[in-house]
Design a protein around this ligand. Structure first.
Ligand SMILES: NC(=O)c1ccc[n+]([C@@H]2O[C@H](COP(=O)([O-])OP(=O)(O)OC[C@H]3O[C@@H](n4cnc5c(N)ncnc54)[C@H](OP(=O)(O)O)[C@@H]3O)[C@@H](O)[C@H]2O)c1
Length: 322
């Protein structure tokens, strides 16, 4: 099969398209003939060596396709089932392995592209808004990078839970996307001081929660946007890693809470995974959650796909179709 392989950490030129043997499913796994691969910023962190992995490896975790072979003892799925996962391994390939506990069977109305676009970013937006800081009417949230993959879904889920959403984006085109997702206010943080804007837009009250996936460039000012006892949810680092902090900073800025969540700890059981995934598929089916697939690349152009994301050009989900 064709697969993308990384032999050394580095820039997108490190992604090479190669012939590899078919992976063999172990107990608890199925092999999937991949129809669509979802790109995520974590794939880029992994390629840069920011997340633990040992070259050579094939990147990616999210894909949808058809079950092609069962691992020993697997009975909950069968060959021919249409499935999707955000927790697979070596996803940038024509065939990949999916863990049965973290794999959803797709209903007929859900396309492979929709599943590969929804699972990682949708599950993330779901746990952030529903569990990490359970939003409700009366809350105000600040969502950074609101026109991104997670950002668009997070704004929509925050709105359906009744919160007021202040959104940051870098361009006017992205501002339009954030507004279409329901953001109440959009701040162009490339041109405006977002801390001053948040204080102005909240009459000095500031927000209950900041969802920050940008990291280095936004962390400190984001803390200043929080009301006393507000929660800083640092869930990504698209601009770079946040420097180590003295916990006293939380005291000084208003007895704040800080969490650094990650999806794996919010889909720890099959029931938790399926509960969140079923909500997402239901909302897409009834039209209340809009999925924007921005661009699709062939597998051989995986490097171009990652570059497109790194250059902040995305207005939604990026897919690779093998
Ligand atoms: N913790 C978790 O469980 C979890 C799970 C999934 C994703 N994430 C995180 O969520 C974030 C969004 O992921 P995504 O896959 O949906 O990507 P994305 O939001 O579609 O793309 C990242 C966005 O970050 C913004 N950004 C700000 N500074 C940047 C910089 N220096 N370089 C690149 N981008 C920059 C850009 O939006 P603007 O141009 O509008 O600034 C860019 O479009 C990432 O940080 C990712 O690691 C976390």
């Amino acid at each position: 099969m064709k697969a993308i392989v990384i032999h050394e950490f580095g820039d997108a030129s490190r992604l090479s398209s190669e012939e590899r043997p078919l992976p063999e499913p172990q107990a608890g796994q199925v092999r999937v003939k991949v129809a669509a691969i979802g790109l995520n910023f974590a794939d880029i962190y992994q390629r840069r060596g920011w997340y633990p992995s040992q070259p050579p490896f094939t990147p990616g975790t999210e894909f949808a396709g058809t079950v092609d072979k069962l691992g020993p003892g697997v009975t909950s799925l069968k060959v021919g089932d249409r499935v999707g996962t955000a927790s697979g391994g070596a996803a940038y390939a024509e065939y990949a392995l999916a863990p049965v506990d973290q794999t959803a069977k797709l209903l007929d109305h859900v396309s492979f592209e929709q599943a590969a676009a929804l699972l990682e970013q949708g599950l993330t937006a779901h746990y952030l808004a529903v569990s990490t800081f359970p939003l409700q009417a009366g809350h105000t949230a600040l969502v950074h990078a609101a026109a991104g993959g997670v950002g668009q879904l997070l704004v929509q889920i925050a709105k359906r839970r009744g919160a007021r959403v202040l959104a940051t984006v870098s361009t006017e085109a992205k501002a339009q996307v954030a507004r279409e997702c329901g953001a109440d206010e959009v701040i162009l943080y490339s041109q405006q001081d977002f801390e001053a804007e948040v204080k102005r837009l909240t009459g000095g009250q500031r927000v209950d929660v900041v969802y920050d996936s940008v990291g280095k460039d936004t962390f400190e000012k984001s803390l200043n946007c929080l009301r006393p006892r507000g929660m800083m949810v640092l869930y990504g680092q698209a601009s770079g890693r946040v420097e180590p902090q003295d916990p006293q900073i939380l005291n000084r800025k208003g007895a704040l809470y800080l969490t650094r969540p990650t999806l794996g700890y919010y889909v720890m059981t099959r029931d938790e995974f399926l509960g969140r995934a079923n909500d997402l598929f239901q909302w897409v089916a009834d039209g209340s959650l809009k999925l924007r697939i921005d661009k699709t690349f062939p597998l051989a152009q995986a490097a171009a796909a990652q570059t497109y994301m790194e250059e902040r050009r995305t207005l939604g989900k990026v897919l690779i179709v093998p």
